[in-house]
Design a protein around this ligand. Sequence first.
Ligand SMILES: *Cc1c(COP(=O)(O)O)cnc(C)c1O
Length: 240
Amino acid sequence: MRSQIHQRLDAVHNRIRLAETAAGRRRDSVRLIAVSKTQPAEAIAAAYYYGQREFGENYVQEALAKQEKLAHFDIGWHFIGPIQSNKTKLIAAHFSWVHSVDRIKIAQRLSDQRPKGLPPLNVCIQVNISGEATKSGAALEELDELVRAIATLPRLRVRGLMAIPAPTDEMDLQRASFRSLRQAAERFGDLGLDTLSMGMSDDLEAAITEGSTMVRIGTALFGPRPRREAAFDAGGASER
Ligand SMILES: *Cc1c(COP(=O)(O)O)cnc(C)c1O
């Protein structure tokens, strides 16, 4: 498993580097978040061994089980999945970033519940740029009010915007979605946002061309996702 993850990690670094260069961007201006949902702790350890330090998880119980196993590793944990209000306390205590904040109630709870001994929680506001009713994310029309309200919360630090556009193979359409997220972020120049969390395994080039600063990559690093392990389902079955 190790050498395969090593090769894939190299390949993803190369893709990022090529896209940075093609877009005339500085090398290392894009941060790689390794999305390890449904992958075992051993896969995270393997990527860590080859230098990867930031990991994204979607399911709280599953993430906590892996964090416990990897407690001696110096890992930055990013929560990137849908957030239920009964999970905010655990998220506030066990992650340094949350990419998927899309309503004020959740933001308020995360701020209230962020433990005092920790620095403010870094958050991105998830935006529904494809306008699909089924997807999570705040609507573009409500974004101004939401971002500005969240920016006043004392224990959160608003870093930027995140989106998961509707999948398409067409680079032009991928770019158009990412461009609309970048343009939305430009409205908040006064808030000092520095993060655009956009780009996954199949569209990272388009995202980097349009200004992504964090790509969230799962499949291209770890291969196809296994089914969630039964052990993770204890208490977490409703998380999906
Ligand atoms: C699963 C997931 C990813 C990674 O997707 P891949 O296509 O496997 O790279 C990125 N972001 C979010 C929010 C995800 O849920």
